[in-house]
Design a binder for this molecule. Structure first.
Ligand code: ARG
Length: 495
């Protein structure tokens, strides 16, 4: 049992209690960040005249060794350590003694330390998810661009509703994913504020520089108030929440893909590498990877719920409860990151069966709105036209006919019957309203599935994505520069 922090206590944890209490397992994910955070802190302590150069050099060398041991897979951290912070400090002290190694943690607490580590990991994960997400947007736009003129039935209430196009449908998801990107990016700016230097809750007597550690660790600013910096986890809740929203969006697209993979639709066929089969039914080709994208959205929601429950009603200040926040956050990262990749890969490799999508529009009454709108251009109010159209639809269904077989007389009869009105109906009415491509091209409202609208949306969203991609490059470069700053400083104090 390490005794670094238990001097005040007469008894050790039992093995069971130690295992219950430790966070070393989830802490391993922030091992490198923890070492970097300590290095930056100690460099700053020296620059502020708090730590001698000679001591700093020894501490940094010991920390480098610990880092190397970690990279070599050469360490074993068990429940005898409360957390990775204790392990690393104990290792440094083991290497260079408590007189010098014991200065490593000057002017700092594990409370601000763990926050820095978590935020550095979160930052990295959010960046990766943003990259994956923009890749997904790209493939969705590219496929949409090929299908601006692929007529498709749109559904409401699970019933055939209006004419649309496969490309326009996909662009609805491009827009949702772009908003997901915006939410994550906004969240990133709130995550990337430096809590280090807040100490346990109330700061320190040492004249530390929080700006300097921000610079060395790539934070945009400090999370100023020391109570806030150590106590709050709203940024973690926000992270889980923007990820949960993203998963919710993906799960709906996934639901469509699963439905459309079925032989009743055959709109799309997933590639074999994203499909599975059955242990008994030899004919099966299941879209199970996509089912899991939908299924795993529950996991992301669960992580958010877990985090919100952990912080709800927690009094101000650090409580051990907060140690648990890492677990759902890490799970959310893993699940969401992979789900975006899977969806991206599945869309990239799946076949789109244009004919099957088009076939579904045949014999459908999805043009009824457009028929009513055409009729309302003349002698009828929209509601009259609506009623006339409903009458026509009923009559056609009773006759076993479709809108493609509509005759001007059908409309005239209904108008006369319902309103005693004689309406003019062109002989080409059936074709005018029920030819899928014509129907798409008759749409005039902005944002509708008119092929030109969809084409413009694709172009515009790809441009937006390009801008976001550059923005991301900038965020990445800022972290690289910070890494260089730290490396240079380490170089300076290498002997
Ligand atoms: N293992 C803890 C965590 O993960 C470290 C933070 C502070 N611990 C403490 N006793 N104040 O949150």
């Amino acid at each position: 049992m390490s005794t670094l922090f238990r001097t005040r206590l007469a008894k050790e944890f039992s093995d069971r209690t130690a295992r219950f209490h430790t966070s070393v397992v989830e802490d391993l994910r922030m091992f490198m960040e923890d070492v970097d955070g300590t290095m930056a802190h100690d460099i700053m302590l020296h620059e502020q005249g708090i730590l001698d150069r000679e001591d700093l050099v020894k501490i940094l060398a010991a920390l480098q060794q610990v880092k190397q041991e970690w990279m070599d897979g050469d360490i074993e951290v068990g429940a005898e350590y409360e957390d990775i912070h204790e392990y690393i400090e104990a290792r440094v002290i083991e290497k260079i003694g408590i007189e010098v190694g014991g200065k490593m943690h000057t002017g700092r607490s594990r409370n601000d330390q763990v926050m820095v580590d978590m935020k550095m990991v979160t930052r990295k994960e959010l960046l990766e998810i943003m990259i994956n997400l923009l890749n997904l947007v790209k493939i969705v736009c590219d496929v949409a661009d090929q299908h601006t003129e692929t007529p498709m039935v749109l559904y409401t209430h699970g019933q055939q509703a209006q004419i649309g196009s496969y490309g326009h449908y996909l662009m609805a998801y491009a827009d949702q994913f772009l908003r997901d990107y915006q939410r994550i990016k906004e969240c990133y700016t709130r995550v990337n504020m430096n809590p280090l230097g807040a100490a346990a809750i109330g700061g320190t007597n040492y004249r530390i520089s929080r700006m300097r550690t921000s610079e060395l660790l790539g934070f945009d600013s400090i999370q100023e108030n020391s109570v806030d910096a150590t106590s709050s986890r709203d940024w973690a809740v926000e992270t889980a929440s923007v990820l949960a929203i993203l998963m919710g969006n993906m799960s709906r697209l996934a639901a469509d893909i699963v439905t459309w993979s079925g032989s009743e639709f055959r709109y799309i066929e997933l590639s074999d590498e994203y499909s599975s089969s059955s242990s008994i039914m030899p004919q099966k080709k299941n879209p199970s990877t996509i089912e899991l994208v939908r299924g795993k959205s529950a996991e992301a929601y669960g992580c958010l719920q877990e985090l919100m429950t952990m912080v709800k009603g927690l009094p101000t200040g650090y409580y051990q409860d907060l140690q648990q926040t890492k677990i759902p956050l890490w799970r959310a990262f893993d699940t969401v990151k992979t789900s975006v990749e899977i969806l991206d890969g599945a869309i990239k490799t799946m076949k789109v069966n244009k004919d099957a999508i088009l076939a579904q529009t045949k014999g459908s009454f999805i043009y009824a709105v457009q028929l009513a709108e055409v009729l309302a251009e003349e002698e009828l109010s929209f509601r009259e036209a609506y009623k006339v159209t409903a009458e026509v639809v009923n009559a056609l269904i009773a006759d076993g006919r479709t809108l493609e077989q509509l005759k001007p007389d059908d409309v005239k009869k209904a108008a006369k019957k319902l309103f005693g009105k004689d309406v003019k109906v062109s002989s080409g009415i059936a074709e005018k309203i029920s030819d899928p491509l014509k129907a798409l091209n008759n749409l005039r409202s902005p944002g509708s599935p008119h092929p030109a609208n969809t084409g413009m949306m694709v172009e515009n969203r790809l441009e937006l994505r390009e801008r976001y991609w550059k923005e991301l490059d900038f965020l990445k470069i800022k972290l690289v520069i910070a890494g260089d700053n730290l490396k240079n400083a380490l170089q300076t104090y290498s002997s």
